[in-house]
Design a protein around this ligand. Structure first.
Ligand code: ADP
Ligand code: MG
Length: 493
């Protein structure tokens, strides 16, 4: 992907926009871009710099994204709507072409990382509610005020606020700041490559070849390990012309070069799932607790559209894809509410709600549809099942599934109690909130505004959980630790 039309190779210390933004480290990447922590030397603060691939298709997508981000920012001058803020944008010329660059406020870990901190056992319920509240504020704003559909909601696209103050100059507390220089380390030719030192900062053709080979090998071995969370995307063979929604960040454990605990470095999920039931390690529990002030924001509007102007029928990442999209029917804002419900379940349990593993694509999609029918009361989906471009692939003319004959109905309340050890009260309360959102019929799903007034949310996340210990944390030398006087042996989770 580091070729003409593809990614721009960025190095630590590189500058953008006539020296204004100085690259500090890598934050993440997607099919469309790489994202970097940069120091804004004009306004003395950290920002996130998204450098888009340069082919025309990506440039057009970036321009659409900017249009949507500007609209989002204009209507939210007080920054209260839980959506990432675009600060600046410009074009940058490099050897691979001209790249649209977007500058965002710098945010923190994404929700997948948070789930990882819980050792895939689920985040405490009061935190889940707090996060859900913020996602819903964002969705209500997008849907009702702007008629925008996000279309790619998933844990990776919801970011917690950064734990460091982006406007605090690190030099004032004795830490260093990377300054512009031409003699810097090569960061990443590919996101899987190791850091390689170069005497003059330039890569020889041979070095580049070696790095690419190494990266490809690493990516392949990770892809094999990741077979359990197999998805259609693979950065090695993805169709770059398709506006794919399958973010490789979580599907490829490709090992971020800079930041080990970024979503990019997630190990094979099954290995983590095997840890279920064990107590989270001290450090992961601390990280989880450090995120306890859970303000979060929606990011990645690279696939967003308007209800009245849509770009493609192929939206959402498979595990978060709603029935109407699987069936090729028309979609609107309820598609986001479906994905939201999947995120909510995943946060609370650590498990992906619909995560079919085997078979070809149709088999896997049928499993998701079956899952949704299993949750639905079964009375309303026969009509909705017809009329989609792919309806015939899944349903016969009577509206019955073609391949899966009998649905085993495992009531969600029981699932939460039997599989995830929820108390009966917690299981009932969460089911009452979630099940309507997973209605097969999009029009029947509650809106974000309706969700915001549901007792599960309005109950006041923190008020509901007075037994949670209040642990004070400090950040020292980049590590999070509990403040001494608070260490009284209480269990955090
Ligand atoms: P793409 O459209 O290429 O998928 P994203 O906008 O999703 O790009 O960004 C890719 C990754 O970069 C995200 O998953 C996240 O880890 C990181 N990232 C994006 N925006 C920010 C931000 N404002 N602050 C911190 N990290 C970010
Ligand atoms: Mg993305």
């Amino acid at each position: 992907d580091y070729r003409r039309g593809g990614y721009h190779a960025v190095r630590i210390g590189d500058t953008f926009k006539n020296g204004r933004y100085v690259v500090q480290s890598k934050l993440g990447w997607g099919h469309f871009s790489t994202v970097w922590l940069a120091w804004d030397s004009q306004r003395s603060r950290y920002v996130a710099l998204k450098v888009q691939k340069s082919a025309q298709h990506y440039t057009e997508a970036a321009l659409d994204e900017i249009k949507i981000l500007k609209q989002i920012a204009e209507e939210d001058p007080d920054d209260k709507k839980c959506v990432v803020k675009l600060l600046d944008h410009f074009k940058h010329s490099g050897p691979n072409g001209q790249h649209v660059c977007m500058v965002f406020e710098y945010l923190g870990d994404n929700l997948l990382t948070l789930i990882k901190y819980s050792d895939y056992r689920g985040v405490p319920l009061h935190m889940v509610k707090e996060i859900c509240f913020h996602i819903l504020v964002g969705l209500d704003y997008l849907h009702r005020r702007l008629s925008i559909i996000h279309t790619d909601l998933k844990p990776e696209n919801v970011l917690l606020l950064s734990m460091i103050d982006p406007s605090k100059d690190p030099r004032k507390s004795g830490a260093s700041l990377i300054l512009p220089t031409s003699k810097n380390k090569i960061v990443a030719e590919s996101s899987s490559s190791k850091e390689i030192k170069s005497s003059n900062g330039d890569l020889t053709r041979n070095q580049k070849k070696k790095i690419r080979k190494k990266a490809k090998k690493a990516a392949q071995s990770c892809a094999q390990k990741e077979a359990s969370s197999e998805n259609d995307a693979n950065p090695e063979d993805s169709n770059v012309d398709a506006k794919s929604n399958e973010d490789p960040v979580e599907e490829q454990s490709n090992g971020s070069v800079i930041k080990d605990d970024s979503a990019n470095s997630d190990g094979p999920k099954d290995a983590c799932q095997a840890k279920r039931g064990r107590r989270g390690s001290r450090s992961t529990r601390q990280k989880l607790l450090a995120a306890a002030d859970l303000n979060c924001k929606l990011v990645d509007f690279g696939n967003a559209c308007w209800t009245y102007k849509q770009f493609t029928s192929d939206i959402q990442t498979r595990q978060y894809r709603c029935p109407e999209v699987l069936l090729g029917s028309k979609y609107s804002t309820p598609a986001d509410l479906w994905s939201f419900a999947c995120i909510c379940f995943e946060l609370a349990t650590g498990d992906v709600l619909f995560d079919p593993h085997s078979g070809d694509n149709y088999d896997r999609d049928e499993v998701i549809l079956t899952g949704s029918l299993g949750i639905d009361d079964g009375t309303s989906w026969h009509d909705a099942a017809q009329g989609g471009r792919y309806s015939r692939d899944f349903f016969n003319r009577y509206g019955d599934l073609r391949h899966i004959r009998r649905l085993r109905f495992w009531p969600p309340t029981k699932v939460l109690m039997e599989k995830y050890d929820f108390s009966e009260q917690d299981a009932n309360d969460m089911t009452d909130f979630l099940v309507p959102l997973l209605d097969f019929v999009p029009e029947k799903r509650p809106t974000a505004a309706q969700c915001l007034s549901h007792p599960w949310i309005t109950g006041g996340p923190r008020l509901l959980e007075p037994s949670m210990p209040s642990v004070k944390l400090e950040v020292k030398d980049g590590n999070i630790s509990e403040l001494k006087e608070e260490k009284d042996g209480r269990e955090a989770m």
